[in-house]
Design a protein around this ligand. Structure first.
Ligand code: BTN
Length: 252
């Protein structure tokens, strides 16, 4: 198809919008189907984690994509999604956020939004379900996440408008998705992501991937969005999966 044409389906409650969108993709849903729920009872996060999704506290939605670009470039779609959320929050609330590789949106070093991309095989070929969860308010956060998570309301002092955020994220996402599928679009996404992320280059980080732990300094992105990390021994390692944590220097 030439242009993404969003069609929005709304639910009061779902186990997971990603699950619902994947099921609809298997049943033949067209690219652009967007599933939104007021709450998720089994919200899914990256690395098999749970995404806590209480009613009215967040924007939870998933979009079915049928990308034309080669599958090796699909990781760039999650970077494009992070760019879209970053830009939509800036435009809507003048809220300047950071992007932690690959696609966490942070404000004041706390997580404001998570993005989960999952592939699904359908009779029309492999599809991508792109799930986005944005914390709107923190009132329903369980105590254990207060330290690490934040919300649009906490960061802006304003009562967030779910519909406006959804609309602006969709517009920004559509633009980035079309860009990605144009000539040199991948390079443009990488460049724009790097401008907005303090994690792109020169950041001391630890990456945990299962039992494997790597420490070093970030040195930009590979063509497929993988993170280049220089170890203290000067070796460049390419990271394609894992949990990134900033290592802060202790000032005494
Ligand atoms: C992460 O771990 O950072 C990714 C979280 C993604 C959460 C969103 S909420 C909407 C969609 N449905 C899900 O079950 N997960 C994603």
């Amino acid at each position: 198809m030439s242009e993404l044409a969003p069609q929005i389906l709304r639910f009061d409650s779902l186990p997971s919008t990603n699950l619902e969108a994947a099921q609809r993709a298997i049943e033949g849903a067209a690219e652009g189907l967007c599933v939104v729920a007021s709450e998720q009872t089994a919200g899914r996060g990256r690395l098999q984690r749970q995404w806590i999704s209480p009613k009215g506290s967040g924007l939870y939605f998933s979009i079915v994509l049928r990308p034309r670009v080669h599958q090796s470039s699909w990781p760039l779609i999650t970077l494009a999604a992070a760019l879209a959320v970053h830009d939509a929050l800036l435009e809507t609330y003048s809220l300047k956020t950071d992007i932690k590789w690959p696609n966490d949106i942070l404000s004041n070093n706390r997580k404001l939004c998570g993005i989960l991309a999952e592939t699904v095989d359908t009779t029309q070929g492999r599809a991508l379900v792109l799930g986005i969860g944005i914390n709107l308010t923190s009132s329903a956060f369980p105590p254990e996440v207060h330290e690490i998570a934040t919300s649009v309301q906490l960061e802006t002092g304003k009562v967030p408008n779910l519909e406006i955020i959804l609309r602006n994220v969709m517009i920004a996402l559509l633009r980035r998705y079309e860009m990605l599928q144009s000539v040199s679009g991948g390079e443009e996404i990488l460049r724009e992501w790097s401008v907005r992320s303090s994690y792109a280059s020169g950041k001391r980080i630890r990456v945990a991937n299962g039992q494997e732990v790597l420490e070093g300094t970030t040195r930009g992105l590979e063509i497929d969005g993988a993170l280049r990390v220089e170890t203290d021994e000067g070796e460049i390692r390419i990271v394609r999966a894992g949990d990134v944590m900033e290592l802060r220097t202790l000032v005494v």
